[in-house]
Ligand binder design. Sequence first.
Ligand SMILES: *[C@@H]1O[C@H](CO)[C@@H](O)[C@H](O)[C@H]1NC(C)=O
Ligand SMILES: *[C@@H]1O[C@H](CO)[C@@H](O)[C@H](O)[C@H]1NC(C)=O
Ligand SMILES: *[C@@H]1O[C@H](CO)[C@@H](O)[C@H](O)[C@H]1NC(C)=O
Length: 367
Amino acid sequence: LQRKRVFKIPVLDLLRLAILEVILASKDDCLVAGDLCSSDESCSPRLRTLRQCVAGNGSMKLGPGARSQCANAMSALLSSPLHDCQCKRGMKKEKNCLSIYWSLHQSIIHGLKLVESYPYETVQRTPSELTAQIPFCHSDIGMATVNRCLAAAKACNVDDLCQKLRTEYVSACIKPTPKSGLCNQGKCNKALRRFFDRVPADYTHELLFCPCTDTACAERRRQTIVPSCSYETAEKPSCFTQMRICNADLVCRSRLAQFQHACEPSESSSHGCKQGTHRDCLLAYTGLIGSTVTPNYVDNSTSSVAPWCSCSASGSHKEECDHFLGYFTNNSCLQNALNAFGSESQQPGTPSPPSFLTPTLDSTENR
Ligand SMILES: *[C@@H]1O[C@H](CO)[C@@H](O)[C@H](O)[C@H]1NC(C)=O
Ligand SMILES: *[C@@H]1O[C@H](CO)[C@@H](O)[C@H](O)[C@H]1NC(C)=O
Ligand SMILES: *[C@@H]1O[C@H](CO)[C@@H](O)[C@H](O)[C@H]1NC(C)=O
């Protein structure tokens, strides 16, 4: 009996180690990390404790005894795979994954410092050869004189996933409901989220951030996400209210946190961003499309972006409101990312193509 035991333990440990290594190698997914933790008899109760700690408004309301229990649970979990797990945008059970992520990271809010982190992986599961297949390169004969936004739409049409999900959101966003005659905003936004979460950024970024030199092009680009259905209302709501609604939703709040992290401006950095690359910032930006705080181009004469809201009547929350809005309207990282996207892969001085103002529907684009 004794011998058996001695034999069993190392095997189990090795197995656990192997599982752990697989998870670590593939950059932990919080669902997997959560499952692994739940099947571990020392990890499991700690996660349960921590979830209780952050439930509602968390440990602020707990007594000193409970608070130290929460702190203990958290510091123990720091050495588990939960520690730096993240989620994938649009993944199955995204909410479950995010709730595991925030059980650890919400604790920061309650004064327990954790390493700086953010909810979503920035690496997309995109085959690297994909980029080579997309005909955006200006050296292609004739491409230099073609509207790059139009080229992006055509490239999307020849990719099955891009074509399918784009058609889905366009039809969801332009279809009037029999009852009101208006579009179904909820369905439109859901379809937009699917598009920007599932279609590789190589396609979506070209469609949304393609450079424009005239108003027709810029208007068409602004129409990409069908503003009349996805967010426009007669009156602009308060940004502060929008922000609160967003923060009450696990997914929206995570997208916003990701955006604020990835697009954090920095004066001392040459590219304007404190954390990551321009691409990370743009990727986080598209994560907000289809949410309560959907950003878009504000007009057809600039490349300024903002969510559809205003801080003019935000009263005592004016400062907080301006700070939120400024992240879109006065942000060197985001603005550089938007501007650089156009110039990085295009020769300067290419003549502006004849204006196309085509609706976002697919059928009209190939004419
Ligand atoms: C959490 O606290 C905020 C104020 O900080 C309060 O408005 C809200 O109602 C609280 N929520 C719960 C679930 O207790
Ligand atoms: C640009 O926007 C203005 C104001 O919304 C509008 O009147 C104009 O028609 C737009 N230009 C194009 C080319 O769509
Ligand atoms: C824009 O941001 C800069 C630097 O963060 C700040 O100094 C400036 O006051 C902001 N401008 C406006 C109009 O908010």
